[in-house]
Design a protein around this ligand. Structure first.
Ligand code: BT5
Length: 305
């Protein structure tokens, strides 16, 4: 009842009514019944901090959210925050991005209905080991999607999350470091949740809504992922990567596949193997040489991916 709300919140009845009007403007459907009070009939499909916090098991002060309806790129916003703030586990979220970024200057389509966010980390980890955080993020994302939605997922090394052969999420890791010291890491993640896939990507990408046949609760998925990811990053910093090696290899689709890999300097062709205890991909090159690769861009032979 309006009266009880006013009493519990120590505000006037008029102030309760004003807040209800504000919530309605944000998309909350609230009916009012004389004598009985208000009823929350439906929540909007938004990834606002309030909505996300409601699903955090570890409490509301474990992450700090910066929420935007529209932004050029959560990654750019998070990078400028990372340089200024001493905190970590700050999360920039946007409903839409005008200039979503992929790796190597590629574009990331970010229409409404997706989950577009960047997480700021200040890990006590050597710069060389930062790519392991990306691998751990992709495990955390697959675990989240499998546990919460029951959808089978896989990883195309290093960090494309796939389902039914289609890309459903991508990860972009950027960092600032000195020799021997990581200043910050910004991990940008794009998940196709309820968004439409642009026509030119339909052959290679899909959304979780398409795959599951139902609308995805985005704040719940994001809250679940953030907690999975944070637990795993803490374990990585404490115990190293080797504990994640098997899990990653179970998800990986590259093992035994003919690939070409651009590592930023050259393109290597061969047969991909497992990843090793440090997160390097083992590549048996066509010329017989064994290479270990920390990061790169993989093209599967005879595939659109
Ligand atoms: C990635 O790049 O997969 C990393 C994407 C990271 C996006 C997030 S969203 C939040 C944060 N803010 C940003 O500005 N970025 C991050 P890459 O491996 O380079 O893949 C890019 C390629 O994937 C493109 O060239 C397209 O072919 C394809 N692509 C673009 N948009 C896509 C989408 N929504 N779903 C699936 N594939 C997409």
């Amino acid at each position: 009842s309006g009266e009880k709300l006013a009493k519990d919140l120590k505000i006037s009845r008029a102030a309760v009514n004003k807040q209800v009007q504000l919530l309605r403007k944000k998309g909350y459907v609230i009916s009012a019944h004389s004598n009985a009070g208000y009823c929350l009939e439906a929540r909007p499909d938004i990834v606002s901090p309030d909505e996300i916090s409601g699903f955090l098991r570890s409490g509301t002060d474990t992450f700090q959210f910066f929420y935007f309806e529209d932004l050029n790129s959560t990654q750019e916003e998070a990078k400028s925050l990372a340089g200024k703030s001493v905190n970590e586990w700050e999360v920039v979220v946007a409903e839409t991005q005008r200039r979503g970024k992929g790796r190597l200057g590629r574009e990331w389509a970010s229409p409404s209905g997706g989950i577009w966010f960047s997480v700021i980390l200040k890990p006590d980890i050597l710069p060389d080991s930062v790519p392991q955080i990306t691998l751990v993020a992709s495990i955390a994302l697959c675990d989240t999607i499998e546990k919460l939605l029951g959808i089978n997922t896989s990883i195309k090394w290093p960090n494309d999350v796939m389902s039914a052969g289609m890309k459903i999420a991508g990860i972009l890791t950027e960092m600032s470091a000195e020799v021997g010291k990581t200043n910050w890491v910004v991990m940008g993640i794009g998940i196709n949740a309820n968004n439409d896939i642009p026509a030119d990507l339909k052959e290679s990408a899909a959304s979780l809504r398409e795959i599951s046949g139902k609308s995805i609760n985005r704040p719940e998925l994001l809250a679940f992922f953030l907690e999975e990811f944070r637990d795993k990053v803490n374990a990585l910093i404490r115990n190293g990567f080797s504990a994640f090696q098997d899990r990653y290899n179970e998800y990986s689709i590259l093992n035994g596949k003919k690939v070409s890999i651009n590592n930023g300097h050259e393109t290597l062709a061969g047969t991909a193997g497992m990843i090793d205890e440090n997160g390097y991909l083992i590549l048996q090159s066509d010329n017989g040489k064994i290479d270990r690769i920390i990061a790169g861009d993989v093209t599967l032979k005879n595939s659109k991916q």
